[in-house]
Design a protein around this ligand. Structure first.
Ligand SMILES: Nc1ncnc2c1ncn2[C@@H]1O[C@H](COP(=O)(O)OP(=O)(O)OP(=O)(O)O)[C@@H](O)[C@H]1O
Length: 616
């Protein structure tokens, strides 16, 4: 695992780092957090735009040229009215020809530049989005298990889907429009002051209420947009959780409860949207009104000045056109503000995700361990999840190379936690985990994952063929090696019975495998990986007797010649172990061979007796 190249955010001033979770769950952030979150988003934006400086500069030139083309229009109209038409009346058509041609050239050149600007901006926007999409994916994969166990998959999904979608909406259309609108306003304002400063002053006066209205809108809509994103994320989380847990939902008749919760979240989402429309509904007509009043005022003042001979009619027409044009982009900006707000909130969340750092970090100078033998030592290990209670208190344990250890114990005793420490999905809070005398924190991830392989209970199969799924154990393995691994664990026969043998797609009809077969495939994968240490969380699902025998046989082959830690749920598995560790509240309370412990009068003896009874 390499360090993420995406920018990570140093902790801003303040008691604690604002995490994505904060932005996700709270719609009202305090000032300091809100500022930190915003500057984090800006840094992310900057890091994406910086490499595109040249392309941005070109887009800037194009938008300026296209705006100049547009702004020239009213001025040329004033020249036409005040000079070209009188000249024509005197029999001289040259001025009108020149002004008419200039108008045409400005319109055509402005149009061409506007088109080129839109294409250039789209190229930049699509590049930024692709970049961000890749970063989010890469970064999420790099984050440690601790993050994935606390951050629900629904929330990660909404980062990659609806949040990136909100950014796409802004970048695709909104931002291009915002920039050209702003340009148009600036250039129109300057042009107005140049042709008629008095009308310019009317505009400045009208800007005061427009500014106040915009501030009011910003203040109110910001909160509502954040609510919109939060409620939409909750809706997605609920949906994903329900769909992924469909078996449990149906088995426990939770349909009506989940439906009621989903309905409630849907209503919250609708209400957030309605609140947004309510402020939008006041802001936009308000701006239109201010714009129209400004035009009327400029017309009244200008008309009076024309009457008194202080202003030419052409200049008044140009000034009115400019005032009208000035307010058009403000309305557009108001509309873009919508997608801008969503995108800002989305960027805050995405930047929060990217600011998360892996808790299990790759060593700077790894100790090489190309061929591990498999001696494990947990030296004075204490472990707690985050700030939670101690789960493993001061554990000291040595497992010699080649030994098969079965972990048994009550639920919540810490068996899976121990497995997660040995595989370094988590680091010990205190003490050390050593593999062949080397602290696992000093091993490169490549060496560690080659030496220690974990087979999880769910025996996850990826979409693709059976062959590809087994080959994950050792990428690049030959067909012979894959088959040999499948034969060794007893999976070859059922694979050959599948419609396309090793090429059968595990997700297609006919490729569906039973839970026992799934386990055998994951054994074959682990066999192919050939690790020095195997950590196995045995599936709890009850297999039928032939199924169990098949799995048991495969397991024995898999365990030969390597160190193994098995979280054992079956008596047959414990029986093949060299040693049994009984755990309770994070401590090893019994340690011995299965036979010795069974003969004693401790926990294991009782458990063993219960197992034996269940077989009768
Ligand atoms: N990701 C986690 N975050 C916080 N606490 C956790 C986490 N995973 C487990 N725990 C807690 O740690 C303790 C030990 O859990 P662990 O999963 O290791 O037990 P276990 O012996 O494997 O149980 P089981 O047989 O039910 O799987 C439990 O109290 C559990 O609540």
């Amino acid at each position: 695992m390499s360090r993420p190249s995406a920018p990570t955010t140093p902790a801003p001033d303040g008691p604690r780092r604002p995490t994505d979770a904060d932005a996700d769950d709270a719609t009202r952030l305090d000032r300091a957090t809100s500022r930190a979150v915003r500057s984090r988003s800006m840094r992310l934006l900057g890091s994406m735009l910086r490499p595109r400086r040249k392309a941005l500069a070109l887009a800037g030139v194009l938008v300026v040229l296209s705006t100049l083309g547009q702004v020239a229009g009213p001025w040329l109209v004033s020249v036409a009215i005040d000079s070209a038409v009188p000249d024509l009346m005197d029999g001289d058509a040259r001025t009108l020809t020149i002004v008419g041609s200039a108008y045409l050239v400005a319109a055509v050149a402005g149009g061409l530049c506007a088109g080129a600007y839109v294409r250039q901006a789209a190229r930049i926007a699509q590049g930024v989005l692709l970049d961000l999409r890749r970063r989010v994916f890469r970064h999420t994969q790099l984050l440690s298990l601790e993050f994935h166990e606390s951050y629900t998959s629904g929330r990660i999904i909404s980062r990659q889907t609806s949040d990136l979608e909100a950014l796409r909406e802004l970048l695709d259309g909104g931002l291009t429009g915002v920039v050209s609108s702003l340009m148009l306003m600036i250039f129109t304002g300057v042009a107005l002051f140049l042709v008629d400063p008095v009308s310019g002053l009317v505009l400045v006066v009208a800007l005061v209420p427009a500014w106040l209205l915009t501030r009011w809108f910003q203040k109110h809509s910001q909160l509502f947009y954040r609510q919109q994103r939060t409620t939409s994320a909750r809706l997605i989380v609920k949906f994903v959780e329900t769909m992924t847990g469909m078996r449990a939902v149906q088995a426990f008749r939770r349909e009506s409860t989940t439906e009621a919760e989903y309905h409630r979240l849907g209503e919250e989402y609708r209400d957030a949207n309605l609140r947004i429309f309510s402020v939008n509904g006041r802001y936009q007509p308000g701006l239109v009104l201010i714009g129209n009043v400004a035009v009327a005022a400029a017309l009244a003042v200008g008309g009076w000045r024309v009457y008194s001979g202080a202003l030419d009619v052409g200049v008044l027409v140009a000034a009115l056109l400019y005032v009208k044009r000035f307010f058009q982009p403000i309305q557009q900006l108001g509309m873009f503000y919508n997608s801008f707000q969503s995108a800002t909130a989305a960027l805050e969340k995405v930047s929060g995700l990217l600011a998360e750092e892996p808790t299990v970090v790759e060593p700077r100078r790894p100790v090489a361990l190309p061929r591990a033998r498999g001696t494990l030592r947990l030296q004075d290990v204490t472990f707690r999840y985050g700030d939670g209670p101690v789960v493993l208190p001061d554990l000291d344990l040595t497992i010699p190379a080649g030994q098969t250890v079965a972990l048994v114990g009550t639920t919540g005793a810490g068996k899976s936690t121990l497995a997660k420490l040995v595989t370094r999905f988590y680091d010990a809070s205190e003490g050390r985990v050593l593999l062949d005398g080397v602290d696992v924190r000093d091993l490169s991830t490549t060496d560690l994952r080659r030496a220690v392989v974990m087979v999880t209970q769910e025996a996850y199969l990826f979409s693709g063929s059976v062959r590809e799924n087994i080959a994950l154990g050792r990428p690049g393995a030959s067909q012979e090696d894959i088959e040999a691994a499948a034969r060794a664990v007893g999976a070859h026969e059922f694979i050959m019975d599948m419609p396309e043998g090793y090429d059968t797609d595990v997700n297609k009809r006919g490729g569906r495998v039973s839970s026992g077969q799934r386990q055998l495939l994951s054994f074959a994968r682990a066999f192919l990986a050939d690790p020095a240490v195997l950590v196995l969380d045995e599936a709890t699902s009850s297999l039928d007797i032939p199924g169990e025998r098949l799995v048991q046989h495969g397991l024995q082959t898999l365990l030969a010649d390597r160190t193994a830690i098995i979280i054992a749920h079956r008596l047959s598995t414990v029986a093949i172990a060299d040693r049994v560790l009984v755990m309770e509240h994070g401590r090893v309370v019994e340690d011995g061979t299965p036979a010795d412990l069974a003969a004693g009068d401790g926990h294991y003896a009782a458990l063993n007796a219960a197992w034996q009874d269940s077989l009768v």
